[in-house]
Design a protein around this ligand. Structure first.
Ligand SMILES: [Zn+2]
Ligand SMILES: [Zn+2]
Length: 239
């Protein structure tokens, strides 16, 4: 019923090629298949893809001298134009129905990457929160929409365990170090979720992974205040 009404108001068309859709809400099958996936070899910490065939372990330039609190970060899509267009649609155009189709890419990574098998027991899907004022302005939180759709697809529980208590200046022009200090104290654990968190294996969901500062700070709070067992990051795009 909900979809029928939406179909009537906005006939479903592909966000990338503008073709009319007969299934799904946002992407035609060929555009979905053509989106550039991240495949081996990629960094086992931050998910950045490397060119060529590497037989041995390699050092990722992004992760050199870095320690992450999370186990690993993984993204299904490379940070190319079309991937960013979809994120942008979801984020700024209030077209949250797009999340239903985009969560299928998160599911792909969840199913393909064996490291997620360690997260299936006692799992919680947690979105990176927005500050309420920003959320109001955007009429929702893109990470929450992605997390909700993924949780339904892989049949794992969703928990809004993190809350953003402080607005942070936009991070785009900051270095990783500046981002980290910018984020200190920005997140807290929601009291109502505290019990569920203890010992949980958390999949933290966001739209884009760039320097990992947000993921790192959320993980720190989840582990030290929420006492979760471990955290993996799953984002749509590796920016
Ligand atoms: Zn298309
Ligand atoms: Zn890396």
């Amino acid at each position: 019923m909900k979809w029928r009404l939406l179909d009537f108001l906005y006939p479903a068309i592909c966000e990338l090629c503008r073709k009319r859709l007969d299934h799904g809400r946002a992407l035609c099958r060929s555009c979905a298949n053509n989106l550039p996936r991240i495949s081996e070899p990629f960094c086992k910490n931050c998910g950045e893809e490397f060119d060529g065939n590497l037989e041995e372990d390699f050092n990722c330039q992004n992760c050199l001298n870095l320690t992450h609190d999370f186990k690993f970060a993984r993204a299904p899509l490379r940070g190319l134009e079309n991937s960013f267009r979809l994120v942008h649609t979801l984020k700024y155009h209030r077209r949250f129905f797009v999340a239903a189709d985009l969560a299928a890419f998160l599911q792909e990574a969840w199913e393909e990457d064996p490291r997620f098998r360690e997260f299936e027991e006692n799992c919680l899907i947690i979105p990176v929160p927005l500050y309420w004022r920003r959320q109001q302005w955007r009429h929702g939180n893109q990470a929450h929409e992605l997390a909700r759709e993924l949780a339904a697809l892989i049949e794992q529980p969703l928990s809004p365990a993190l809350k953003r208590v402080r607005s942070t200046q936009t991070q785009t022009r900051l270095s990783r170090k500046e981002r980290l200090s910018n984020l200190r104290g920005a997140f807290v654990i929601r009291k109502s979720q505290a019990k569920r968190l203890r010992g949980a294996n958390v999949i933290l969901i966001d739209d884009v992974f760039t320097t990992g500062a947000t993921a790192h700070e959320c993980t720190r709070i989840l582990r030290h205040q929420g006492r979760v067992a471990k955290v993996a990051i799953l984002t749509l795009v590796r920016g």
